[in-house]
Design a protein. Sequence first.
Lengths: 266, 281
Amino acid sequence: MAAAFSPATTQSAQVAVRGVSMTFDEVEAVRDVNLDVGRGELVALVGPSGCGKSTLLAAIAGLLQPDAGEIWLDGVLAPNRLGRVALMPQRDALLPWRSVLDNVVLGLEVAGVDKREARERARTLLPRFGLAGFGDHYPSALSGGMRQRAAFQRTVLAERDVLLLDEPFGALDALTRRSMQEWLLDLWDELGRSILLVTHDVEEALLLADRVVVMTARPGRIKLVEPVHLPRPRTPAMVSDPAFVAQKAALLVTLHDEVSLVGSAS
Amino acid sequence: MTGLTRRRVLQESERECPQTPSRRRPERAVVLGLLVPLLALLLGLLAWEVLVRLRDTPSWFIPKPTEVARELVESRALIWGHTWTTLQEMLLGLLLAFVLGVLLAVAIASSRLVERAIYPALVASQAVPIIALAPILLIWFGYGMTPKVIVVVLTCFFPIVVSMVDGLRASDADALALLRSMGASRWQIMRIVRVPAALPALFSGTRIAAAWSVIGALVGEWVGASSGLGYLMTRSASQFQTPRLYAAVFVAAALGITLFALVALAERVALPWRRAERRGG
């Protein structure tokens, strides 16, 4: 495994995780994880729940420090990563006392951008995120899908090269979820960012990602890295493509092994 | 999600028939929230009046409500003078307690060291009965307004500190992590997430403090004063001017209730998002 990661790929990747292991209170969360996100690439991370996917994201974001291993950003070893990547937490974490507009400019505000200028920049983008006319509403007035889109706009507006999305559509119902995936595919070309997406939905991973990375049950290790053989631009109709169906079936079998492992272990 | 769908269904049904009962609900709330307690109060006063009249109780023992009302009108200049003193003590004390309480709470919530050093002392300070402290303050600061204001501060700052500390600690962990991931400083996190998130709790504590501020002022005046409602009460009682004593009690209660209501009103104005949230469900 380690042989696949030459110094060259470490330096050319947007995000390079090298031999990262993490333990909390004697529970091993992730073990010897190697992972790359190339420039402009969307990598989906799937695995059974509790396998350390979110822990890994938190480590890349700089919220946690690995016990062993290194994390590289933009080709440089990055021991301090806070403020360098844009994280979208599992729950939307919108501040209920701020209007939608004031929520989405949060990253710019923290970075010291003038508030009025930040608001203007955000307001012109609201329609693109399906939030036209809702800028002055409080988050409580929004539907679940709109809240997620607001959280996503906040992540994009932080203006970082790397977006870390922690199950962005996990809490949504199936219909909303599908329309959100469609919308994200539609937005994909304009974004031009490197994205690491955590999901437990294999179909979502295959539809959105350039590569799917499967993690094992705890302690989380990289089990499999699968390139997705679908052309871009992608459409939701591709889920019935025979190649898609075959790849999904194979991934589900791999994942099922891990889930049943969790079941027998506990 | 179920709450959302329910709301959508509600909105749709409203669109279909605009004259749904929900439109009349605000008026019913006014009836229940204002008219009913007022009616109950009037009934109570009426029963009091009738009982005192029937049993021919002497006025120095239990005055009739009408006598108290007459006293309120006839001695209004005198009562207002004392009320003004008490009101000043309450407002000044509450304001100081608010500033002190918020500063202490921020210090406690941002540093473990400060918390360890101050919090136990704060709790212990509440075990000392303020009525026992008042004479000491009198010796130190004399008969003027200062010792009364200090008693009000001592009465009021505790609920403010405790509720604010709780509020500062109750911030959403995801929001804190998000801000940290953005590279926010401790001060930015305090300003952007923790303080706004603590405001509802701070207002709850301040409401309690507002209601208690009267008690603080009265206790301060009972120990030794030359003006104020507490002074008027002790003087009226010693002279068996019971209707005047009752009038002073009435005004003191009204002050406490009014201040409580003003803080509640300030909360509504300052935190419009909470109402939006309740409407959103």
